[in-house]
Design a protein around this ligand. Sequence first.
Ligand SMILES: Cc1cc2nc3c(=O)[nH]c(=O)nc-3n(C[C@H](O)[C@H](O)[C@H](O)COP(=O)(O)O)c2cc1C
Length: 170
Amino acid sequence: MNTHVTGHQIDQTDFRHVMSQLPTGVVAVTGVEASTGAPAGLIVGTFQSLSLAPPLVAFSVARTSGSWPRIRAGGRFSASVLAEGQHHVCRALSRRTGDKFAGVEWHPSPDGAPRIGGAVAWIDCGPEQELDGGDHVIVVARVLRMATNPGEPLVFHRGRLGGYRAPAVA
Ligand SMILES: Cc1cc2nc3c(=O)[nH]c(=O)nc-3n(C[C@H](O)[C@H](O)[C@H](O)COP(=O)(O)O)c2cc1C
């Protein structure tokens, strides 16, 4: 598609195609289900910084998500910015059924939320607010703790996972 689309009738396929031109990071949002202690998680491409003071992040979650209500009920959660090469983690945690954490290496944050091993950043969060976002909810969360690790990020662009290459400095 290489045309201008305007007006009120925005086709969902066109909308996805246009938005897929915007590269995003790939973030695992993970917590522990309060009733069972089992890890719960999903992948989001909408994670972003929202505010410096107070330190807030935001991301959107489909209203159909089975994992988010379980993570939210558990309280504290972690956001792991996946590293290049962690395609398997993205695939595992974006499944809707089965044991999402099979083959996924993680260790608990000080709050007990799973931090994905090898991620380039961990951001431990506490949920603050949920705002209406159409068929999604916009989650606003406070940053409680964070850390970075060496490595390059995993990038989602035009429907595919890839890597980021820093431009050579002349
Ligand atoms: C690269 C990528 C980005 C995604 N971004 C989002 C997102 O921002 N919000 C969302 O709700 N789902 C997103 N998804 C889909 C969810 O990860 C997936 O639907 C989720 O794991 C469903 O599982 P659940 O029902 O257990 O929550 C994304 C998936 C992939 C592969």
